[in-house]
Design a protein. Structure first.
Length: 265
């Protein structure tokens, strides 16, 4: 029995079913209050210095920061988040999906406290859900704004490139938040990724051996296409009037010269 199986047997009673829906409900609430001018999103961002001064609620409320300020894009993001989160929960079960989010959450909070002046949002945590879904269902067709069809694996590739760019050029807090966001992904998919790497390397090696061991035909008849590999006993001749084209013995004297045919045309 694996480590995750042991954890699930011991703590499955603490799992929160449909946690994706609760996260979205909180984000919708803050979004509506913010758009109505009744709420400042800055009050819920995870800022460690303010947490240490007593604003402990920021440890939780940053999870409910709306993804964008445009209502159309916000609705689309929430729809995708619910679709992907529900799919992961359906595949793994509530406990493992909760654990996936919890690991990303804990590492994100830890990173925010490590870097002086750091602040954290839920952006990268949502990104980890997207990457996990794309890894499990790479050929899923996502309709951007319900119009433009794109296979999700290509969007995931763009996301990974973006993360790589942020690791190279971003601030230290950004770099650590990126690493925090993929920590849960690596925990859940690390073995699968290593297996894919080994399998891909083996397949490439097999293809290389096949290509290097494959013989190319030296003689080929321009009429019937047989070669010295397909018919080892066949004799081949070359016609100077056809520009040096090769022919088997059955067609060397009966073929129509290519040069003469070209002159008539």
């Amino acid at each position: 029995m694996g480590f995750l199986d042991k954890l699930e047997r011991k703590f499955r009673g603490f799992a929160v079913p449909n946690i994706t829906l609760y996260l979205i409900m909180g984000q919708v609430l803050f979004f509506v209050l913010s758009m109505a001018g009744q709420f400042d999103i800055g009050r819920v961002v995870l800022i460690p210095e303010l947490v240490l001064l007593g604003e402990w609620w920021r440890l939780v409320t940053f999870l409910f920061i709306p993804p964008v300020t445009n209502v159309i894009f916000a609705f689309f993001v929430w729809y995708l988040f619910y679709l992907m989160g529900s799919a992961l929960e359906g595949r793994w079960g509530a406990f493992r999906y909760n654990l996936f989010l919890l690991v990303g959450y804990l590492v994100t909070v830890a990173v925010a406290f490590i870097i002086p002046g750091g602040a954290a949002t839920n952006l990268f945590l949502g990104g980890s859900v997207f990457l996990a879904f794309a890894f499990l269902y790479p050929d899923f067709v996502l309709y951007i704004l319900f119009i433009l069809p794109v296979k999700i694996k290509w969007l995931a590739l763009i996301t990974w490139i973006g993360y790589g760019w942020q690791l190279l050029t971003g601030s230290w807090i950004t770099r650590l938040l990126v690493l925090a966001s993929i920590s849960n992904f690596l925990l859940f998919f690390g073995k699968d990724i290593l297996w894919k790497i080994k399998t891909g390397r083996r397949k490439m090696s097999e293809q290389a051996r096949t290509i290097s061991g494959k013989k190319e035909a030296f003689h080929r008849c321009a009429v019937c296409g047989i070669t010295d590999l397909s018919h080892p006993a066949m004799e081949f001749r070359y016609c100077p009037e056809c520009g040096g084209l090769g022919y088997c013995k059955d067609h060397i004297f009966s073929h129509q010269h290519a040069a003469k045919s070209n002159r008539r045309s």
